[in-house]
Design a binder for this molecule. Structure first.
Ligand code: CTP
Ligand code: CA
Length: 237
């Protein structure tokens, strides 16, 4: 039985979520990675399933966020693997949420054998740019490979700097990515990466800006899904 307090507003809605960090191989035993815990994406998956959605979670590396009930989980390693899974599954999704921390770069070449220390000291690691999965999904939708009414959601972890505050960077990223909704997290000072709490804003392409109160990732997830639900076409639910 579900508590009356939980809305059931995503019944039957197909929600695709990426979570965790990608790992970019250097050789058979080493990779470039990041500290993403996966907690926010997993919290979204759990909350969406509780609200009746049919949820698929494409998961990179995580730090034990707990397996959500009634969620299909697809494990991936690299950004390119994540891109392939997301692009294919987005074709049959009503909502796509890119909560993963995708590595911006990957080693230009992957050594087939373990790299040895040798006598010459470390060789430089040359990098190549990874595909932008989120921007690619927006392009796929524009090109008709993804349904035109599929809602596409991005995340951004931002700090203020000389070029502007967290919100300025968030607004610019929303325009740059072309998604419908961007969740902007204020980071720095121990916020967000690996912690239980978050704070930020949800920005929509049509100019709505909703503050996310300081709270748990579970609370954040339900606030984010409130905004997502408002963008899902009425006939679906
Ligand atoms: N993202 C993606 N593919 C990438 C990099 C990022 O799909 N190769 C997605 C993330 O999952 C997130 C959003 O894009 O939803 C924003 O990620 P972020 O790292 O903040 O943006 P970048 O465009 O990589 O810009 P930068 O790191 O320079 O701020
Ligand atoms: Ca990035």
């Amino acid at each position: 039985d579900r508590p009356d307090a939980l809305p059931y507003d995503l019944a039957g809605v197909r929600v695709l979520i990426s979570a965790g960090g990608t790992r970019e191989a250097l050789d058979p035993v080493r990779y470039l990675g990041n500290h993403s815990s996966g907690k926010q994406g997993y919290a979204l998956a759990r909350a969406a399933a509780q609200r009746g959605a049919r949820v698929t979670l494409v998961s990179g590396a995580t730090s034990d966020p707990g397996t959500p009930a009634s969620v299909e989980i697809v494990d991936v390693d690299s950004a390119r693997q994540m891109q392939a899974e997301m692009a294919e599954r987005a074709k049959s999704s009503d909502v796509v949420i890119m909560a993963a921390a995708v590595a911006d770069f990957r080693p230009l070449s992957v050594s087939g054998a373990k790299i040895k220390k040798g006598d010459e000291g470390p060789a430089p690691i040359r990098l190549d740019t990874n595909p932008d999965i989120l921007a690619g999904l927006v392009q796929d939708r524009a090109a008709g490979r993804i349904p035109s009414d599929t809602v596409i959601v991005g995340f951004a972890a931002e700090t203020g700097d000389a070029d502007g505050g967290v919100l300025d960077h968030g607004r610019a990223k929303l325009r740059r990515k072309g998604c419908d909704l961007l969740v902007v997290n204020a980071v720095g000072g121990g916020k967000a990466f690996g912690t239980e709490d978050n704070t930020g804003w949800v920005l929509t392409a049509d100019g709505r800006e909703t503050g996310l109160p300081f709270g748990s990732k579970t609370l954040m997830a339900s606030r984010i899904l409130d905004e997502v639900a408002s963008l899902v076409p009425d006939g679906l639910v």
